[in-house]
Design a protein around this ligand. Sequence first.
Ligand code: ZN
Length: 61
Amino acid sequence: MLVKCPTCKKLVNWSTDEHYRPFCSKRCRLIDLGQWADESHRIPGEEIAVVDDQHQPDKLM
Ligand SMILES: [Zn+2]
């Protein structure tokens, strides 16, 4: 059975071996859940506005 990844629309095989179903990857699942900021990296060129009380943008300078 094939399902579309809600984040990137890529077709993924829905199987019990796929931990991130219906997403194609952990990355897509995190993006969809809005938890992408928890990862230590970002997608270059893709701005994701996240307000973090402990990490104000002006303190990064
Ligand atoms: Zn995906």
